[in-house]
Design a protein around this ligand. Structure first.
Ligand SMILES: [Zn+2]
Length: 124
């Protein structure tokens, strides 16, 4: 199976080792890609674990699961990426079948030797 993040690699060699906790993402882009894949696979645990501890209270497993599973995720497009910042578009179909895109400028932070998602600014 090709990785949902669109890297061109297989899921097993791309995002799955990150989702399983066997590897840590070494770049913000890799973390962003794996979080997109976690949405596709409705893996709320990974999404919460990769959110910075200071921001975790803003997210609930239930709302993540609902958002992840009610939409049909089509593809991810990385617009730009730097050490602690990723701008991306995620294309999906909403519950009514309407195509939507989620355009986000997201910020990451390092805590110890791990990277975490901190917050995102959503743009139309
Ligand atoms: Zn991937």
């Amino acid at each position: 199976m090709e990785c949902p993040c669109g890297s061109g690699s297989t899921l097993e060699t791309c995002c799955m080792p990150l989702l399983k906790g066997e590897q840590n993402p070494t770049t913000a882009e890799a973390l962003m890609r794996s979080r997109y894949t976690a949405y596709v696979l409705a893996n709320a645990k990974y999404l919460i674990e990769t959110t910075h501890p200071s921001a975790r209270h803003l997210y609930s497993k239930k709302s993540i699961l609902q958002w992840a599973s009610e939409n049909q995720w089509m593809r991810l497009e990385i617009v730009s990426a730097s050490a602690l910042n990723v701008v991306f578009r995620a294309y999906f179909k909403d519950p009514s079948g309407q195509e939507q895109q989620h355009y986000e400028n997201s910020t990451f932070a390092r805590l110890g030797d791990k990277l975490y998602y901190v917050s995102g600014i959503f743009e139309e």
